[in-house]
Design a protein around this ligand. Structure first.
Ligand code: NAD
Ligand code: IPM
Ligand code: MN
Length: 351
């Protein structure tokens, strides 16, 4: 049966980097049917909503979804329920892709592009497993209003249920078993009830079914510090939605640029995976054709591996990116002067 990949380019540099990934897909998986739809500000402009129910249904019917980025200053004034980012959250929640894998590996050729010293990042290869469909991003109540004393306030709720912690923890354990077996679970159990509960649950899950996994715990602020002090101590980092978001941007800089980091968001068996760069729509460089396409291309690599069951094609993409970097291909964020198209050409030459 024909496999289908749905492209949701989105806003800003999203369409630029997704066009690059599409060129690579044509080379390594020409038989995959490619469809395209709108998300984010582009969907707000066309339909008045950042993700229509029709687009969500369409995504559910595909084998994998590759998204560029959403958001930008143009939509700063649309009401909050309809902001571009709300479309992305609706898509993640609607697909129930609760486990967001954010690998941070340092390509040999980029060791000196990192803001850290060579010996700290050479050979770095860690995986952040971020819970993606709960926590403070979705907890109720939330809002901006006036309390009974007439004081204006903004608030949200950080809540995790046991089943939500359990399913993402199982993914982290499983991923760790295929690596060096170490999981570091991160929260703020010292100040947050949901963090305290997270630590209790993860510990109990480890005792009950953590064979082959070495589990440690760290407070999220200390983890942020350790990530730049000695990042190679980590293998798998398990974190809530909010802490995983922040730690993955930090980890991105260890690899040279946020333009390098892909992600995969996975749900239950049979649910299409959602693949997206960790970076955003980069309004400061959008439209100039200079965005680094690597994060989008490596997100395609993850789609080939995790949802489309094409490990050989995925290996080809990974090797081509490494070889192009080794040959000196660099976009501006990596200190070079290649355009998005030229960087993509360099990668295609290495396929
Ligand atoms: P950003 O990631 O868009 O940009 C941060 C910095 O990194 C900018 O200087 C940008 O030029 C640079 N950068 C990012 N990707 C790059 C690439 N591929 N090549 C070269 N340089 C790159 O983050 P931001 O500025 O905080 O957010 C901008 C908008 O994007 C906001 O509306 C935000 O909500 C949205 N956003 C969306 C996603 C997503 O769609 N998954 C992720 C993060 C932010
Ligand atoms: C990310 C982004 C998103 C998040 C925003 C745009 C909703 O920062 O994917 O890292 O916070 O999850
Ligand atoms: Mn983020």
């Amino acid at each position: 049966m024909t496999q289908t990949l749905l492209l949701l380019p989105g806003d800003g540099i999203g369409p630029e980097v997704i066009a690059a990934a599409q060129r690579i897909a044509r080379h390594v998986a020409p038989d995959v049917a490619i469809e395209e739809d709108l998300v984010g500000g582009a969907a707000v402009d066309a339909h008045g909503t950042p993700l229509s129910d029709e687009t969500l249904e369409r995504a559910r019917g595909c084998d994998a979804v590759l998204l560029g980025a959403v958001g930008g200053p143009k939509w700063a004034d649309v009401d909050r329920a309809n902001r571009p980012e709300a479309g992305l959250l609706k898509l993640r929640k609607g697909l129930d892709v609760y486990a967001n894998l954010r690998p941070a590996y340092c390509f040999e050729a980029l060791v000196d592009a990192s803001s850290l010293k060579r010996d700290r990042v050479e050979g770095l290869d860690l995986m952040i497993v971020r819970e993606l469909t709960s926590g403070v991003y979705f907890g109720e109540p939330r809002g901006i209003d006036t309390d009974e004393n007439g004081v204006r306030r903004g608030y949200e709720t950080s809540v995790y249920t046991a089943p939500e912690i359990e399913r993402v923890t199982r993914v982290a354990f499983e991923i760790a078993r295929g690596r060096s077996g170490r999981v570091c679970s991160v929260e703020k159990s010292n100040v947050m009830e949901s963090g305290h509960f997270w630590r209790q649950e993860v510990t109990a899950l480890h005792e009950a079914g953590g064979a082959g996994v070495e589990l440690t715990h760290m407070l999220a602020d200390a983890c942020a510090m350790e990530l730049v002090r000695n990042p190679k101590q980590f293998d798998v980092i398990l974190a809530s939605n909010l802490f995983g978001d922040m730690l993955s941007d930090e980890a991105a800089m260890l690899t040279g640029s946020i333009g390098m980091l892909p992600s995969a968001s996975l749900g239950a068996e049979g649910v299409p995976g959602l693949f997206e760069p960790v970076h955003g729509s980069a309004p400061d460089i959008a439209g100039q054709g200079i965005a680094n396409p690597c994060a989008a291309i490596l997100s395609l690599e993850m789609a080939l591996r995790w949802s489309l069951a094409r490990p050989d094609a995925a290996d080809r993409v990974m090797k081509a990116v490494a070889d192009a970097l080794k040959a000196g291909a660099r976009t501006g964020d990596l200190g070079g002067d290649l355009s998005t198209d030229e960087m993509t050409d360099a990668i295609i030459d290495c396929l």
